[in-house]
Design a protein around this ligand. Structure first.
Ligand code: C5P
Length: 206
């Protein structure tokens, strides 16, 4: 069983994906980490994020053990990831890797922006997780504060809105709900309620 979870920045899709993966005993891939790792490799090598050929090379040589680096969760990496993720050659290099993961014998849970539309269009279950921009900014602010990263709520809101606009307007694999996705608005839901709602969708699809 493949569960595809998409949604905008800080919508809670990562937390939800992890819980669903634990519950159903499936491997989980946070695909945002792949884009963040490509961006981090470029920044560490002193390369410009505008250099599309370098971005494509960094994506092609991505090493999975980089995905555990805590720096990947930093705000600047999300921002940088959103820039290089618009490069078609970067997306193409990461596509095979994601599809191999999704093809595991038991199934998988993948979360990102284009899982239901491009990476796993045949997924049994597709969820599109959303929440108001201000609620998402509040959640991300809390999360960064817990990790000791100091930022203002208004800066995060501006970040989130810019990132969503960029992700939704790019030509290749833009952020959007698949036509057959179930849309789950978590603005008024806590993590447990979102999990219960998602579980009902998954159980109903079996
Ligand atoms: O989900 P996360 O915030 O970690 O993603 C970082 C960035 O990576 C997103 O803003 C988006 O530009 C890009 N991304 C993507 N496709 C995915 C996952 C992430 O374009 N499947």
């Amino acid at each position: 069983m493949v569960i595809a979870i998409d949604g905008p920045a800080a919508s809670g899709k990562g937390t939800l994906a992890k819980r669903l993966a634990d519950h159903y005993g499936l491997p989980h891939l946070d695909t945002g980490l792949l884009y963040r790792a490509v961006a981090m490799a470029m920044l560490d090598a002193g390369l410009s994020l505008e250099d599309e050929a370098a971005a494509a090379r960094a994506a092609a040589s991505l090493i999975a053990d980089k995905l555990a680096d805590p720096r990947l969760r930093e705000r600047a990496m999300g921002e940088a990831a959103s820039r290089i993720s618009a490069v078609p050659a970067v997306r193409a290099a990461l596509l095979a890797l994601q599809q191999r993961f999704a093809g595991s014998a038991v199934g998988a849970v993948l979360d990102g922006r284009d899982i239901g539309t491009v990476v796993c269009p045949e997924a049994r279950v597709k969820l599109f997780i959303t929440a108001s921009a201000s609620e998402r900014a509040r959640r991300r602010h809390r999360e960064l504060a817990l990790r000791g990263e100091e930022t203002t709520l208004s800066a995060i809101l501006a970040d989130i809105e810019a990132r969503d606009a960029r992700d939704a307007s790019r030509a290749t694999a833009p952020l959007k709900a698949a036509a057959d996705a179930v849309i789950l608005d978590t603005t008024e839901l806590d993590a447990d309620e979102a999990f219960e709602a998602a579980k009902r969708v998954v159980d109903g699809a079996q």
